[in-house]
Ligand binder design. Sequence first.
Ligand code: 5GP
Length: 207
Amino acid sequence: MSQPERRLPTDTADGMLLIISGPSGVGKTTITRGVERSIPDAVFSVSCTTRPRTAADVEGVDYRFVDDATFESMKAAGAFLETAGIYGKRYGTPKAWVREQVRRGRLVILEIDVAGAVQVKGQIPEAFSIFVLPPSEETLLQRLRDRKREDETAIQKRFGEAQREIAAARASGVYDHFLVNSDLDASIARAVGLVLEERRRRKTDGR
Ligand code: 5GP
């Protein structure tokens, strides 16, 4: 049985969903975490994934790591706002938590791919969405190489996927802004500015 909605004295009508997407190597995670730190009521939505945890991942902070059976039963129970399959692994955004945080007036940040953004915008058209672009294809290729995480074949594969993700983002029509990341600090400031501007606009419009 679902819980009745309980209003708290601290609840506000400022709740907003923010989607941040972009190809790997573009600086998306740094921008996302920068926005989270810069806006006091911002919260990051921790997705569930079936991909293995890496040394850089913190359980419950970056992801909730689950096995395939758990993911599928959560999906069947309607626990996800959206799901996507990436490199053969499953990713999903927790629906109840996101809804609750938005109702509490928070800025809820979803760092998800284009397929996920399309699903979220289909259900919640007022979600605000930013796609992070590299300054050029050459810069992206260079950044993927500079990470020194993979061999050249894997880098080329990731680069091809990044190009496809950018084309899919443009074709999807779901992004409110395309943010070119030439400088990380400037991009965080720009993303924060876009969010604050949008919240002000909604307040004025009474949305
Ligand atoms: P990674 O495995 O490198 O952390 O993430 C791979 C891709 O999955 C990134 O583009 C990331 O934004 C996306 N992603 C992470 N969580 C979710 C999610 O819950 N839903 C969707 N659709 N994509 C996600």
